[in-house]
Design a protein around this ligand. Structure first.
Ligand SMILES: *[C@@H]1O[C@H](CO)[C@@H](O)[C@H](O)[C@H]1NC(C)=O
Ligand SMILES: *[C@@H]1O[C@H](CO)[C@@H](O)[C@H](O)[C@H]1NC(C)=O
Ligand SMILES: *[C@@H]1O[C@H](CO)[C@@H](O)[C@H](O)[C@H]1NC(C)=O
Ligand SMILES: *[C@@H]1O[C@H](CO)[C@@H](O)[C@H](O)[C@H]1NC(C)=O
Length: 293
């Protein structure tokens, strides 16, 4: 924690949680624009392959803290390199995740070491007949003096609508069939990945049939906000990371969900959690209420 005594006094007086620092660097607006673009240039295919290969991408600080709407929170460089870059690279897995091909930042405001942006990212979804859609992503980012991302807070806009569009696109005339198709496709792929890579102490299911039975009858496919819950969609997200690090990721597709795919986080917890500790999301030393109107 890099909070000075003066800052502590200021935030304590204002009644704000005193567990983070304010802007550690005042970058120019132009510099923040470049940093934002740098991130997205590395995010799109094929640059994301090279970034994922770094294992510990220095685009992130070592203690990076990230939160993604509809999934979970991710702490540390290695995990974030996997989930931000590796996850979106081409894969043999038939997963719900797509591949980002190009981007366009359409809204941008920045101050101190914080930037807020809305970016339209063009994706292709191989599992959904190569459907191509823009995905509109809202991000809040902070950087440290070394120009590394120390925090990200990400929201996928209209994500429920996107997911429904993708699934129904499999059979526009019969939604029951579309859901059945996606369930079978994702489960078959997860169980095949399991049989290939989750062996020995990483094994989660006694057999392929047990795996399929569990994934298609014991848990729900999931709603759009349940990609970090006890669902098939959640396990489909984590399937992609199994090949590079089975010891870490096999449990996520198992019965327990390995701490990534379970129903332990309530809505209230989500909505009130105080997750970020590296940097304030306010650029200057403002009290909680600066002026009464
Ligand atoms: C990545 O960083 C982690 C945590 O510091 C470390 O344990 C791991 O060995 C690093 N991996 C590589 C390939 O450098
Ligand atoms: C999707 O595109 C790839 C090439 O990028 C192609 O190999 C594959 O057959 C296509 N799948 C469908 C269902 O069109
Ligand atoms: C819709 O698909 C389901 C599941 O495949 C099937 O049982 C049902 O007969 C289909 N309904 C129509 C109207 O085709
Ligand atoms: C950045 O600028 C803000 C607003 O002028 C100021 O409150 C803050 O102390 C500055 N931070 C640094 C690290 O210089």
């Amino acid at each position: 924690m890099r909070v000075s005594l003066l800052q502590l006094a200021v935030v304590a007086a204002a009644g704000v949680a005193a567990d983070f620092t304010y802007a550690t660097h005042n970058f120019t607006y132009e510099k923040l624009w470049d940093l934002q673009n740098h991130f997205y240039q590395r995010f799109v295919y094929p640059n994301n392959i090279a970034e994922a290969a770094n294992i510990n991408s220095t685009i992130f600080s070592e203690d990076v803290e990230g939160r993604v709407s509809d999934t979970r929170n991710f702490v540390g460089r290695e995990l974030n390199t996997e989930y931000i870059f590796g996850l979106f690279t081409p894969t043999d897995a038939k997963s719900v995740i797509g591949r980002p091909l190009s981007y366009d930042i359409i809204q941008f405001a920045a101050n101190g070491n914080i930037a807020s942006a809305t970016t339209s990212v063009q994706f292709i979804f191989p599992t959904f007949k190569n459907a191509s859609f823009p995905v509109v992503i809202d991000t809040w980012l902070t950087w440290n003096d070394a120009e590394q991302i120390t925090q990200y807070d990400v929201t996928f806009r209209w994500f429920g609508y996107l997911l429904q569009t993708l699934v129904l696109g499999l059979d526009p005339t019969n939604s029951t069939n579309a859901v059945a198709q996606v369930t079978e496709t994702l489960a078959t792929s997860i169980c095949s990945t399991h049989d290939t890579y989750c062996t020995g102490s990483n094994q989660q299911y006694a057999s392929n049939a047990e795996c399929l039975n569990f994934l298609t009858t014991k848990i729900r496919l999931g709603q759009s906000f349940e990609l970090g819950m006890d669902t098939l969609f959640c396990r489909s997200v984590h399937e992609i990371m199994i090949k590079p690090r089975p010891d870490v990721h096999c449990p996520h597709i198992g019965v327990s969900g390995g701490g990534m795919c379970d129903d332990t986080i309530s809505y209230r917890t989500k909505a009130t959690e105080n997750f970020f500790t590296n940097n304030a999301w306010v650029a200057g030393n403002l009290p909680k209420l600066n002026k009464d109107f």
